[in-house]
Design a protein around this ligand. Structure first.
Ligand code: PEP
Ligand code: MN
Length: 285
C-alpha cells in the first residue's frame, strides 16, 4: 500500500487529448521513474464550453498506455453513474476537489475495491476532508489516499495556496496516505519542483504532477505542466532526497526501489523491504 516507507510519483497530462499525446507522456514519465500514470478522461471544467475530456475513448487510451508502460492509471470520476466504467479501466479512482463533498459519488467509490485518491476541496478544512474520506471508508473501501492540492486564498501570485502544513497535520490525525499536487497547488510549471521537494520533506507519501509533451499546446492546464525533461530532472532530485525521509520510490512492476540507486538498499532490515503490495496488488494496472 502507498504509505509507510513507500513514496509514489503519479504523473502525466492533465487531460487525455490524443492517443499520441498520452503515449508520449506515459513513456516519458515511466522512463523517468514515475510509479503511476495520471490523465483525465472526464474533466471538471469551470466553463461548459471548455474541453470536457474524451470520456470513454480517453479511458481506453489510458488502458492502452498502462499496458504499454506497465504503469497503473489514476483518473478522475465525476459522476456516480460512471464509477463502474472508470473502475474497469483505472487502478485508482480520483475524486476531484470540486467533488470532495459529492456524497453519492463518495459512497459509490466506497463500494469499489480500488484505491480512491481524494482531493481536498479548494475551500475545505482538513476536518471536512477527513469526514469526506469517512464516506468512502464507511462503505468498506479502506484504500483512501488524501491529496492536498491547494486552497483558495487572496494572493493571485499562485493559482491556489498550497497548504504544506496540511501534510503533518493530517499525519497527526490519520494513518491514510497523503499525497501533494504541486501542479494545481501553484498553477505554474516553474514552481512545481520546489514545492514537490518541499512536500516530500514535509512527509508526503507521494506526489501528483502534470507532465505534457508540448505544454503550450495543451487543452487544459498547460501553464503548470512540466516538459518530460523537466520532470526527469525533478525525479532525479527527488531520488536524491528520498533517503532523508526514510522512504523508497515505488516504480511500475518492480515494487519499491531504493531512494538513491547509487547507494545500496538495506536488505537486512525487514522494514526496508518492498511488500510489493502497492504495485502488485493494490494498484496493479
Ligand atoms: C486534476 O487533477 O486534473 C484536477 C482537475 O484537479 P483538482 O480536482 O485538484 O482541481
Ligand atoms: Mn489539471
Amino acid at each position: 500500500m502507498l504509505g509507510g516507507d513507500h513514496f509514489a510519483v503519479m504523473a502525466g497530462p492533465c487531460a487525455v487529448e490524443t492517443r499520441e499525446q498520452l503515449l508520449l507522456a506515459a513513456h516519458a514519465v515511466a522512463a523517468a521513474g514515475a510509479g503511476v500514470l495520471r490523465g483525465g478522461a472526464f474533466k471538471p471544467r469551470t466553463s461548459p464550453k471548455s474541453f470536457q475530456g474524451l470520456g470513454e475513448a480517453g479511458l481506453r487510451m489510458l488502458a492502452e498506455a498502462s499496458a504499454a508502460t506497465g504503469l497503473p492509471v489514476v483518473t478522475e470520476v465525476m459522476d456516480p453513474r460512471d464509477v463502474e466504467l472508470v473502475a474497469t479501466h483505472a487502478a485508482v479512482l480520483q475524486i476531484g476537489s470540486r467533488n470532495m463533498q459529492n456524497f453519492p459519488l463518495l459512497r459509490e467509490v466506497g463500494r469499489q475495491r480500488k484505491p480512491v485518491l481524494l482531493k481536498r476541496g479548494a475551500a475545505a478544512t482538513l476536518d471536512e476532508l477527513l469526514l469526506a474520506a469517512d464516506y468512502v471508508l464507511q462503505e468498506g473501501n479502506e484504500q483512501v489516499i488524501l491529496c492536498e492540492r491547494g486552497v483558495r486564498a487572496f494572493d493571485p501570485s499562485t493559482r491556489y495556496l498550497l497548504d504544506l502544513a496540511a501534510v503533518p497535520v493530517l499525519r497527526q490525525r490519520t494513518n491514510l496516505p497523503i499525497v501533494v499536487d504541486p501542479s494545481h497547488g501553484t498553477g505554474s510549471a516553474s514552481l512545481v519542483a520546489p514545492m514537490a521537494k518541499a512536500a516530500m520533506m514535509a512527509g508526503a507519501d507521494g506526489l501528483l504532477i502534470e507532465v505534457h509533451p508540448a505544454p503550450e499546446q495543451a487543452l487544459c492546464d498547460g501553464k503548470q505542466a512540466l516538459l518530460p525533461a523537466e520532470f526527469a530532472a525533478l525525479m532525479q532530485e527527488l531520488r536524491r532526497l528520498l533517503p532523508l525521509c526514510g522512504k523508497r520510490m515505488v516504480r511500475a512492476g518492480g515494487g519499491a526501489v531504493a531512494g538513491n540507486p547509487s547507494q545500496p538498499s538495506q536488505p537486512s532490515q525487514p522494514s526496508q523491504q518492498s511488500t510489493g503490495s502497492f504495485d502488485d496488488e493494490v494498484i496493479a494496472p
